[in-house]
Design a protein around this ligand. Structure first.
Ligand code: NAP
Length: 463
């Protein structure tokens, strides 16, 4: 029997487990899927926006893998870090370990004022409305009237959409109580999304972009002059643009033709307060976060223009945009797991076809898959082929791996080391508690947002 540990129960971890089950060269495989959290599914639970029900429903196919009799979910077990099990000790328990730990940090913006109160990484905001237990449930008060989202990727679009959506529309989702209350009391009326390059270089996908235009309580404002600065936009008809770029530009063109909405922002509060504006801005490179009274008060942007080679150059002009809330959505970054090699420039673990490299040489029994292997790019499905490549390497190595020592009962050893794993039954108990919490609030399942609540629910205790 080949015993494999997969560290991380997000899409890359579960697809790795699935690829191990689906291969036929080594029929007798047992997979333990470990997670620091007592809950499975990683970013599908704590990253996919609550109003993206279709993507969330991916949990059903991930669940089928975790419920396979050859797979054991082992939650609430941290690998690496203070109090965690080191990779070296974990390697004693399994023939092979596949690290699928994702990219847990946000990329820094590296401009003055980045850490002012009121400025947050978008990942923190996402974690908050997704009820991640590491973020205080009352972490955001949303007293700002104007918010700036920096970056034009899908995360930027997600956080802008949640800021612009009415809380009533989120009541049917599993958004935690405190976040729903804060969103209901939100004073945010203007959401600026700013890209440092042009619309043809934006990273968002068309479906996500279009969704912004479908929000009942929001209007999109796009400046035609900014679009026209982009050579690809200007020459759209004649250029062989990638389909996603062409479609994005079509959507933006439609919005720019609509002009400013007639409703005044200032003036009749009863009317203007009902409408939120999403301003999609381009060719603005953030250079400083402005401060007033010890808090963020705005963002200073350098105006940019195309440099003719896909990049931009500063024009020498600046623009200050007022904002009491700034969300930096400039990408994720992998975090070093002590005891594993790490490339700090790429934010990934060095590997060859998924085999972890130590000093350039494959390290027996150590593998990576997902964002920690290839960086934080691609859609959820990209993790499937990534996991398959890693599993193909692992299975090729299986004759050697099977000769390594492994524990007969790794869970018993983890318990003997003082850990308190939450197994699948514990997770099912959390699910029941979230359903009961939702019922008591007249809603569908509502997420439990804190560690004590999750662990009590896992033990079957009343919340
Ligand atoms: P992303 O797609 O890499 O976008 C990052 C954005 O930040 C880009 O617009 C980038 O501009 C900008 N940026 C980077 N450094 C900057 C700086 N110093 N100053 C100003 N702007 C800067 O990252 P993401 O939005 O975090 O998404 C990560 C991955 O998750 C993507 O693959 C995404 O598609 C996926 N995702 C998908 C969904 C969905 O399907 N609904 C939802 C969320 C996330 P440049 O291009 O100029 O570098």
């Amino acid at each position: 029997m080949l015993r494999v540990a997969v560290v991380g129960s997000g899409p890359s971890g579960v697809y790795t487990a699935q690829a191990l089950l689906n291969q036929s060269l080594v029929p007798d495989v047992r997979v333990h899927v470990l997670d620091r959290l007592p809950t499975p599914y990683g970013l599908v639970r704590y990253g996919v926006a609550p109003d993206h029900e279709k993507i969330k429903s991916l949990q059903n196919s991930l669940r089928a893998v975790l419920e396979d009799e050859r797979v054991t979910f082992v939650g609430h077990v941290q690998i690496g870090g203070t109090g965690g099990v080191s990779p070296a000790r974990l390697a004693e328990l399994y023939h092979a370990v596949v690290y699928c730990v994702g990219a847990a940090a946000d990329r820094p913006l590296a401009v003055p004022g980045e850490d002012l109160p009121g400025s947050y990484s978008a990942t923190r905001f996402v974690s908050w409305y997704s009820a991640h237990p590491d973020i205080a449930p009352d972490g955001f008060a949303l007293q700002a009237r104007s918010a700036v989202v920096i970056g034009v990727g899908n995360v930027a679009v997600d956080v802008a959409r949640i800021l612009a959506r009415g809380a009533d529309e989120l009541r049917a989702t599993d958004v935690p109580r405190a976040a729903l209350g804060a969103l209901a009391g939100s004073r945010v009326r203007e959401v600026h999304i700013a890209g440092r390059r042009g619309p043809s270089q934006a990273r968002f996908t068309t479906k996500e972009l279009r969704e912004l235009g479908a929000l009942p309580g929001a209007r999109i404002v796009v400046d035609p002059a900014e679009l026209a600065m982009d050579p690809a936009y200007a020459a759209q008809e004649g250029l062989p643009l990638p389909a996603v770029v062409r479609r994005n530009l079509e959507v933006l063109r439609g919005w720019s033709a609509e002009g400013e909405p007639a409703v005044p922002v200032h003036g009749h509060p009863a009317v203007s307060d009902a409408v939120r504006r999403i301003r999609l801005r381009f060719f603005l490179r953030p250079v400083e976060l402005l401060e007033r009274g010890g808090r963020v008060a705005g963002v200073r942007f350098a105006r940019t223009a195309p440099d003719g080679a896909g990049g931009v150059q500063d024009t020498g002009g600046y623009e200050d945009v007022e904002a009491q809330l700034v969300l930096r959505a400039v990408g994720y970054r992998g975090v070093e797991l002590p005891g594993l090699p790490f490339d700090p420039v790429r934010g990934t673990v060095p590997h060859a076809a998924g085999r972890v490299l130590r000093d350039g040489v494959p390290s027996p029994g150590e593998y990576v898959a997902g964002w920690i292997k290839r960086g934080p790019t691609g859609v959820i499905g990209s993790n499937r082929s990534c996991a398959k490549e890693t599993v193909a390497s692992l299975i090729e190595d299986a004759p050697l791996l099977a000769r390594r020592p492994a524990a007969d009962d790794p869970l018993a050893v983890l318990r003997a080391w003082g850990l308190r794993p939450v197994e699948w039954d514990g997770w099912l108990s959390i699910e029941r508690a979230e359903a009961a919490l939702g019922r008591s609030l007249g809603r569908g399942p509502v997420k439990i947002p804190d560690w004590p609540g999750l662990l009590a629910a896992a033990r079957g205790e009343e919340g």
